[in-house]
Design a protein around this ligand. Structure first.
Ligand code: DP6
Length: 325
């Protein structure tokens, strides 16, 4: 009753931004991501009959409070599914994600947790079923089941049975790079979950976001298929800007950007003016991810590191899907 799984984070090129069902985590739109090899979570789950509740350790520290509740409530889904109500686990997670720097760890975290839990329970779930379970922990996590380029199909059914991720192109399809740019920033005060809900409920721009979404998705899939970097970069950057625009139309309005976020965006635009194809995308936070091609790595990294307010730049290649130990 013990298993260990490793999952990588992903960055959305076409964003998931809005739920139609909060409890089942069903999105209002499909999304598309690339899995990153630079950031991962490795989690062991050990079901032990002597335990009277779950124990969750993150980077060797026992976790209590909200973070613990989120994990134990999540494992309840598996307890319900198997009918094994009174069996608890020791969960040991190591995060190779700089969470302190504001990088989301929930995608790799829930993907590794779901995979290790199902393996420890010997459920032998298909990737599709595993993606659905992972989705219930955190929406974006359902894309971290696979390496390479991944689409989360929103589905239509009320029970979520058709809402899961599928691979679009494997890890070795295309060697693009993603630089994660860490900027000096204050702690964010609107979480992605809260910001997403406020946007869906109140943003006057939300309909515009939904309207343009299917075209962005169809176009970027074609671009990935043809390995047309400029086309893919342009669509990803524009889709990110549209997502962030919806937050300005919310009530009360908010933004995840800080001054350095915009300075990095300008660095990327300046690189393009010099003929280097580089594009940015930003999740629900201050940090910027920059897409570029391997041959431009030296010039892109130099420009990013020289940008005022940038504290660290971490390079990722396209990453792999779930692996078990
Ligand atoms: C902006 O997956 O963290 O990163 O489903 O509420 O856990 P929950 O949200 P989460 O939201 C991610 C939003 C995003 C875009 C994306 O990854 O597609």
């Amino acid at each position: 009753m013990k298993a260990t799984a490793k999952a990588h984070t992903n960055i959305a090129l076409i964003k998931y931004w809005g739920k139609r069902n909060e409890e089942l985590i069903l999105p209002t739109n499909s999304s598309l991501s690339v899995t990153l090899d630079g950031f991962y979570t490795e989690t062991s789950v050990h079901f032990n009959e002597e335990l009277e509740e779950d124990v969750f350790k993150l980077n060797d520290e026992v976790i209590t409070g909200i973070a613990f509740d989120r994990v134990t409530n999540y494992i309840d889904l598996f307890r319900d599914y198997t009918g094994k109500k009174n069996i608890y686990a020791e969960i040991d997670s190591i995060n190779k994600v700089p969470t302190a720097a504001g990088f989301a760890s929930s995608a790799s975290g829930f993907a590794a947790l779901a995979a290790a839990t199902q393996k420890a329970l010997q459920l032998d779930l298909s990737d599709e079923e595993l993606s659905k379970f992972t989705r219930r922990g955190s929406g974006s996590a359902c894309r971290s089941i696979y390496g390479g380029f991944v689409e989360w199909e929103m589905g239509e059914k009320d029970d979520g049975s058709d809402s899961f991720a599928i691979p679009i192109a494997p890890q070795d399809h295309w060697d693009i790079r993603v630089a994660a740019v860490v900027v000096t920033a204050k702690e964010k005060d609107v979480s992605s979950r809260v910001g997403m809900k406020r946007t869906v409920d109140t943003s006057v721009f939300y309909d515009g976001w939904l309207e343009s979404h299917s075209k962005d998705l169809a176009d970027i899939k074609e671009g990935i298929n043809k390995k047309d970097f400029e086309h893919v970069g342009e669509i990803a950057e524009a889709n990110c800007l549209k997502m962030h625009a919806t937050t300005l139309g919310a009530n009360p309005p908010f933004t995840y950007w800080q001054d350095t976020t915009m300075t990095v965006m300008q660095t990327v635009q300046n690189l393009r003016k010099k003929g280097i194809p580089a594009y940015f995308t930003i999740d629900a936070g201050t940090n910027v991810k920059v897409l570029y091609l391997p041959e431009d790595e030296a010039r892109v990294l130099q420009a990013l590191k020289e940008t005022e307010g940038v504290t660290e730049v971490i390079v990722s290649k396209v990453g792999q899907g779930i692996t078990y130990k």
